[in-house]
Design a protein around this ligand. Structure first.
Ligand SMILES: [Zn+2]
Length: 315
């Protein structure tokens, strides 16, 4: 068995033009849906403008299930212990409408309510607040990173970013995470990559969007299928994870932290004749291809047999 599952083919990898077109189409969908729900034209009367927040509630009602799920997953992420202070965020996307739901920036999780979730289109244009009486919440500052990932990876429905300790330690060391055992192989078909170190011009301008672009670039360089390696380490920064849903993305973020901790402990326990520096330098190559195939493919793909039912292949 080769690692074709982990790698994309030219046919399955959309080109930049296709992705840009998809992004524009989704944005147009968002604007059309929003405009339809508002029931307004370009030239609205003052009274219509006053009524707009009520219409805005319609779009929140239409997306109520996604909004609640994104809120719940943000709460679950905090409860998982992966988030210190407010260093984490979860988003989800309604692909049909082209609308992204994301945690507001810097809000205390204990005070977070579904109405605080921020709605934008795929270009980051914010939709209206839930109520005219409430101030508009600002989206997470990482929104542009999430948007780049949604535009590039058509199959994902949720994105998570944290600064979880062990995964962030590998990211700060600018080291990829080799597949050292079957826990890792159950979720990721090979090593977890680390991005290139970001150069100053990319940091000064559009930093968050450039973070997303670096993730996409590394994924394409390695010809990875996003769902076969549902997380990445951003050099000097921390991990991003994704999944088919916000819940799956959070699960993957939790898995990444667990396998990062296991990997670091494995390196520490490695042959006492090897220094830690040598171990981390890549002497440990990881599990065999046959063991990687066995564990990954028994949970994913057409021959999967792990778990109780076909409808939830991630379990
Ligand atoms: Zn961050």
């Amino acid at each position: 068995m080769t690692d074709d599952r982990r790698r994309t083919t030219d046919n399955s990898l959309p080109c930049e033009a296709t992705l840009a077109k998809q992004g524009r189409q989704n944005s147009q969908n968002a604007v059309q849906v929003y405009s339809a729900l508002r029931g307004t034209t370009e030239r609205r009367s003052r009274q219509e403008k006053i009524n707009m927040p009520i219409k805005t509630k319609s779009i929140r009602r239409a997306l109520a299930d996604l909004i609640r799920r994104v809120w719940e997953e943000n709460i679950r992420l905090k409860a998982s212990g992966l988030v210190t202070m407010t260093w984490g965020n979860v988003s989800g996307i309604d692909r049909r409408r082209g609308i992204v739901v994301i945690k507001p920036s810097g809000m205390d999780y204990a005070a977070l309510r579904p109405d605080d979730m921020v709605l934008t289109d795929l270009e980051g244009r914010r939709l209206e607040p839930a109520s005219r009486l409430e101030p508009a919440r600002l989206p997470s500052t990482d929104l542009p990173t999430h948007l780049v990932l949604y535009r590039a990876f058509a199959e994902i429905g949720g994105v998570v970013h944290t600064h979880s300790t062990y995964a962030t330690a590998f990211a700060q060391a600018c080291r990829s995470l080799p597949c050292l055992g079957t826990t890792h192989a159950d979720y990721c078909y090979g090593a977890v990559p680390v991005t290139e170190v970001m150069r100053p011009p990319a940091i000064r301008e559009q930093y968050e969007a450039n973070t997303g672009r670096m993730i996409v670039r590394k994924t394409r360089q390695l010809r990875l299928q996003p769902m076969a390696c549902p997380f990445i380490l951003v050099a000097n920064h921390g991990p991003f994870a994704w999944g088919a849903t916000p819940a799956a993305a959070v699960e993957n973020a939790i898995v990444l932290e667990a396998i990062s901790k296991m990997a670091l402990l494995t390196f520490l326990l490695d042959s006492p004749r090897r220094s830690l520096r040598r171990s981390l330098g890549g002497r440990r190559k990881g599990i065999s291809q046959v063991l990687l195939d066995k564990h990954y493919l028994r949970k994913h793909g057409p021959s999967a047999y792990y778990g109780q039912a076909k409808h939830n292949p991630s379990k």
